[in-house]
Design a binder for this molecule. Structure first.
Ligand code: SF4
Ligand code: SF4
Length: 191
């Protein structure tokens, strides 16, 4: 287990190999340690709060029609900003978080030239990397009033604060369990 994390650090992979390697390592960590995490009340509380905050963020973006604009941009206009390579904003830690939430992890790139996690209707992953949640292009900003933008930002701020806290929690507990410094859990691996 520990040597496999070091292995990941030494690899110089193409984007697809890199994300597949991260998924493989996250699955291995999940299968090995899930019982410890899923018995930890504090972790479960944090997990639930994060899940709820993502649902709230999604709901507000649905109401303010940013998802609709991204759907038009990506699916109908064939543009979109979820390019191939961006999947590696996804860290092992965020993959693990999705696994703890029992969310499905895609196993192959469905749309050529697009992020590994893009499906016919847009992004397929529940817990998304920081960049994916923070980024609002001009097309979206032009559609939003300042007030709506501030409201969305407030929701996302809550979600991303929880994402940080839960990533920190997972890494701390794994470092304690494995007796290793596990920087690899939080790095994108391509920058
Ligand atoms: S954020 Fe902007 S560029 Fe990206 S998919 Fe949405 S509308 Fe398109
Ligand atoms: S939002 Fe989803 S599909 Fe787009 S870059 Fe992020 S992870 Fe990939």
């Amino acid at each position: 287990m520990i040597s496999r994390l070091k292995f990941f650090k030494r690899l110089d992979l193409d984007p697809t190999e890199l994300i597949l390697k991260k998924i493989e390592i996250a699955e291995e960590l999940y299968n090995f340690w899930k019982e410890v995490f899923l018995k930890d009340e504090e972790f479960l509380k944090l997990l639930k709060k994060y899940e709820t905050s993502v649902l709230y963020s999604n709901q507000i973006m649905e109401e303010k029609k940013t998802f609709e604009e991204c759907y038009i941009c990506t699916v109908l206009d064939g543009k979109g900003c979820c390019k191939a390579g961006l999947e590696n904003e996804m860290t092992i830690n965020i993959l693990l978080l999705n696994m703890f939430l029992k969310k499905e992890i895609p196993k192959e790139r469905e749309v050529p030239g697009r992020c590994f996690f893009v499906g016919p209707l847009g992004c397929k992953i529940f817990g998304r990397p920081y960049l994916c949640r923070e980024f609002f292009c001009k097309r979206i900003l032009d559609k939003l009033s300042q007030k709506d933008y501030a409201i969305i930002t407030q929701y996302l701020n809550e979600e991303l604060t929880l994402l940080y806290l839960i990533n920190h929690y997972i890494r701390n507990l794994l470092e304690f369990l494995m007796g290793e410094f596990l920087l690899e859990l939080d790095i994108t691996g391509y920058s």
